[in-house]
Design a binder for this molecule. Sequence first.
Ligand code: KG4
Ligand code: ZN
Length: 341
Amino acid sequence: MSTQKNTYILGIESSCDDTSAAVFYNDQVLSNIVATQEVHKEYGGVVPELASRAHQQHIVPVVDQALKKANITKNDLSAIAYTRGPGLMGSLLVGSSFAKSLSLALEIPLIEVNHMQAHLLVHFINDTNSKSPKFPFLGVTISGGHTQIVKVKGYFEMEVIGETLDDSIGEAFDKCGKMLNLSYPAGPEIDKHSKLGDPQKFEFAKPNVKGLDFSFSGLKTSVLYYLQKQTRQNPNFIEENINDLCASFQRKVVDILISKLEKAVKETGIKEIAIGGGVSANSGIREALIEKKQTNQWNVFIPKFEYCTDNAAMIGIVGYLKFKENRFTDLSTASKARYAL
Ligand code: KG4
Ligand code: ZN
């Protein structure tokens, strides 16, 4: 254990299309600045080369802003934590090179962070009124890149017990949203329209996948075929039914997720559930989980909205947890596009 009590950690996240920097005072967030890249919108998905270039442009001002908002200078920092992976290699390299250079210049430790672990460890950020899950808990990472159910036995002891066999849950939202002519990323758009629609109006296919694994490609195809058939008869079908289509699709996704979680709880006997990742911002998923909590079935932990989508606070908290255990890394550590838990 580190003997230093008052630590300031800078967290840097650059795995996909958000450039973010956060400053922590021990386990408390002092700042969490996120620059979202708008450039990808017109392409309907993240363009890796454009993402790397945008990270290059954003990283210095974002870190500057995070330090200013935290009211400290870089000389006050105790360590620098950065995302090692998984993610887009070109994007990861911008964050890791920056973090390595700064740690070298300031002569302070460097801490590498697994982005997927970080999505779950946001539950250990010390915010007012926030409670943390107890080990072991079931971590549910639902994002644009992943869909996993994880048995979390300790901060750095995680075991994947279920995952998607094809598309991630975020991809399901984004790809179906594209079919519905919604802009990228379509998850939040679908969520917005769902609130105005009838979730029972349309019935899409629920995949039949064994065990705790997921599949979303069948649902996507079911939506595609249904839309093709209907728009042949009425070219305005999507426009006229957008709210009901979104609500029905979202209901199905929530249903798929909750039934797998019910199965996971039954198999493991663990009723402590903590979600993380961009899709945990979804209101349908939140409502379904809150209902489980209110009916005393599960003890549910839902992160604050700003800690759901990619952000550097999630990297900063892991930085702090690793700093306490002297889990440092060195300059030779390579970024990893794929990085197991
Ligand atoms: O965690 P994240 O920011 O990036 C990855 O690591 O992938 O997740 C991004 C994903 C996108 O697919 C986006 O559409 C989805 O999260 N998302 C949502 C919502 N907000 C973001 N999906 C459904 N409902 C939302 N409210
Ligand atoms: Zn993420």
